[in-house]
Ligand binder design. Structure first.
Ligand code: PMP
Length: 282
C-alpha cells in the first residue's frame, strides 16, 4: 500500500513520523474517515468541513488547503486502485521536545492511508448488530474528532468479550452514541429519536444526511436524549457512520429489539442513504 506522509507518497513500510509528534505523545490531533465507492468519495465536503472545525477548536493550523487535501485523497485512491473502501486522514499539531505547553508556529503533520472494504460489512448490515451498554468515560469535547480513542476502544473490546458487536455509551442515564457511530431508535409510534447535537457526541456526517432523508420521507424526527429502557422498548434501532452507513441494531443488553430482525424503517433509510451516497460522490 502507498501511503501519504507530510508531502510524500511512500510504501507503508517507509513512512515515518517523529517519536516527538504530539499526536503520539498527547493524542494532540484530529482525523476524518471518508468512504470510497466506485473509486470516489462519499459526502467528502462534509468531512472536510468538520476537519476544519475540529482544527479550529484546537487551534491547530490547517497543514494545507482543503483542495490540496482532496487532491492527495484522489491520488492515493488512484495509486492504490481502491474501488470500495475508506480513506483515513490525520492532522496532528506537530513535533517538538515533550512539553505540555506547545510552541506556537509548529508545523502540523498530515498523514493519509486507504483501507479496502471487506465483504463482512454487508453481511453485518443484513443480520444487524447486538449492542451492549457501557459507561461513557470519554472527555467532554466529543464534538471534536480527536485521535484520543482509547475509551471507545475499551468499550468496543468489552462488547466483543461479551459476545456482542458494539457498545452504546451511557452518561447520566442517557445514551450518548456508539463507540464509533451515532445511535438512533424508531419508537413504536414510528418516530425517529436521536440525541441532539452538543459537545456530548460527534456531529456525524452520516447522521446529518440520514436525518434529512428521514424528514423528506415523512418520518417525524425528535432530536432528544433517550434512555437504555427506551432502546429496549423501541420498534427498531440503528447506527450511522461513514463506514457503516445505516446499520440495524437487533438487540440491546441481551433484549431483542422489535422482532430481533432489521426493521422496515431502518432498511428503507439504508436504501435511501445508499442512493444519496452514490449521488454525493466526488
Ligand atoms: N460518533 C463517533 C464517536 C464516531 O467515531 C463516528 C465515526 N467516526 C461517528 C459518531 C459517526 O460519524 P460519521 O457519520 O461522520 O462517520
Amino acid at each position: 500500500r502507498i501511503v501519504y506522509v507530510n508531502g510524500e507518497y511512500l510504501p507503508e513500510e517507509e513512512a515515518k513520523i517523529s517519536i516527538f509528534d504530539r499526536g503520539f505523545l498527547f493524542a494532540d490531533g484530529v482525523y476524518e474517515v471518508s468512504t470510497i465507492l466506485d473509486g470516489k468519495l462519499v459526502d467528502n465536503a462534509g468531512h472536510l468541513a468538520r476537519l476544519q472545525r475540529s482544527l479550529a477548536e484546537l487551534d491547530i493550523p490547517a497543514p494545507c488547503s482543503m483542495e490540496e487535501i482532496e487532491t492527495i485523497q484522489h491520488t492515493l485512491i488512484e495509486r492504490n486502485a481502491i474501488a470500495a473502501g475508506s480513506i483515513y486522514l490525520q492532522v496532528t499539531r506537530g513535533a517538538e521536545d515533550r512539553n505540555f505547553l506547545w510552541s506556537e508556529g509548529l508545523k502540523p503533520s498530515l498523514i493519509m492511508f486507504t483501507q479496502s472494504r471487506g465483504a463482512k460489512m454487508d453481511k453485518v448490515a443484513e443480520k444487524g448488530l447486538d449492542v451492549i451498554s457501557q459507561p461513557d468515560i470519554r472527555w467532554q469535547r466529543r464534538d471534536i474528532k480527536t485521535v484520543a480513542l482509547l475509551p471507545a476502544s475499551l468499550a468496543k473490546r468489552k462488547a466483543i468479550a461479551e459476545g456482542a458487536n458494539d457498545a452504546w455509551l451511557v452518561e447520566d442515564g442517557m445514551i450518548t452514541e456508539g463507540t464509533s457511530n451515532n445511535a438512533h431508535i424508531i419508537t413504536k409510534d414510528g418516530k425517529l429519536v436521536t440525541r441532539a447535537l452538543s459537545n456530548k457526541i460527534l456531529h456525524g456526517i452520516t447522521r446529518k444526511a440520514v436525518l434529512a432523508l428521514a424528514k423528506e420521507a415523512g418520518l417525524t424526527v425528535e432530536e432528544r436524549s433517550f434512555s437504555p429502557d427506551e432502546v429496549k422498548n423501541a420498534a427498531e434501532a440503528f447506527v450511522t457512520s461513514a463506514t457503516m452507513f445505516v446499520t440495524p441494531v437487533v438487540s440491546f443488553d441481551g433484549v431483542k429489539i422489535g422482532d430481533g430482525k432489521p426493521g422496515p424503517h431502518t432498511t428503507r433509510l439504508r436504501d435511501l442513504y445508499v442512493s444519496f451516497a452514490k449521488k454525493s460522490l466526488s
